[in-house]
Design a protein around this ligand. Structure first.
Ligand SMILES: NC(=O)c1ccc[n+]([C@@H]2O[C@H](COP(=O)([O-])OP(=O)(O)OC[C@H]3O[C@@H](n4cnc5c(N)ncnc54)[C@H](OP(=O)(O)O)[C@@H]3O)[C@@H](O)[C@H]2O)c1
Length: 220
């Protein structure tokens, strides 16, 4: 069995944070939850414990404390909140893996607020220059986590990053969460991955996929 990883989920009370925390707590992981509202974080903790009594999960009241204890930090917050959180965790996130799941959507969901020559993940790497930022879980909807098998196929989940060891570690987390990981390339590939989710959101709205949708690469 792999060494136990401690994973801080910042924004653990949100749609993505709560689902990621729940699925990762099924693996050999200690999961630390941080949410702005203590009661909401405790509700997520109880939900996880109710579905898996042996889950090693705890709610913490400070994002820096959670990140200090963690090996891996997941920012499950809106893109616009990342700068503020990066300031709070910068010192304690040194050399650690920080997972960027954000899609920097505009308010109409018909474009990205980031310039074409960058991505939310690359912006986060600039804010946390001493951390190993890895893109993951941005092309999977929160609703997919309950059953990552859609239309009979296990949904793919793309991973991108510059540090090979960090990418390998995150790839294992993606597996634990129930998705089929595909290493897509270096952090720059996040530009494509973030645009892929923009497209999927637009198609979901147009064809009413009900937020249960995902990507699957067909190949020989
Ligand atoms: N929803 C999806 O299917 C999906 C799929 C792929 C990627 N994503 C990405 O995942 C991220 C989270 O999306 P979501 O749908 O889970 O959003 P959400 O349900 O609104 O949850 C956002 C979480 O972030 C917290 N938060 C907001 N501002 C914060 C701040 N300044 N400091 C600390 N915590 C803050 C919220 O806490 P409070 O509620 O207490 O404010 C909440 O826990 C986004 O970047 C999104 O682009 C979402």
């Amino acid at each position: 069995m792999n060494t136990k990883q401690t994973i801080a989920v910042i924004g653990a009370t949100g749609n993505m944070g709560s689902n990621i925390a729940k699925n990762l707590s099924r693996g050999n992981n200690r999961v630390l939850l941080f949410g702005n509202e203590k009661e909401k974080a405790e509700a997520v903790l109880n939900d996880i414990k109710n579905s898996n009594s042996s889950a090693d999960v705890e709610a913490l009241e400070c994002p820096a404390d959670a990140s200090w204890e963690a090996d891996i930090i997941i920012l499950a917050v809106p893109y616009q909140a990342e700068r503020e959180i990066a300031e709070k965790i910068k010192e304690v996130a040194n050399q650690k893996i920080v997972i960027s799941i954000a899609n920097p959507l505009n308010e109409n969901y018909d474009g990205l607020v980031t310039a074409p020559d960058t991505s939310a993940a690359e912006q986060l790497q600039k804010l946390l220059p001493n951390s190993k930022v890895v893109k993951a879980f941005n092309t999977t909807f929160a609703a997919d986590f309950a059953t990552p098998v859609i239309d009979g196929k296990q949904a793919d989940a793309f991973v991108a990053g510059n540090d090979e060891e960090a990418v390998n570690t995150v790839t294992e987390l993606v597996k634990t969460a129930g998705f089929n990981p595909i290493v897509a390339g270096d952090l720059k590939v996040s530009r494509t991955l973030e645009n892929m989710q923009l497209l999927l959101i637009q198609l979901g709205i147009k064809y009413n996929y009900n937020w249960l949708a995902g990507w699957k690469i067909l190949h020989n």
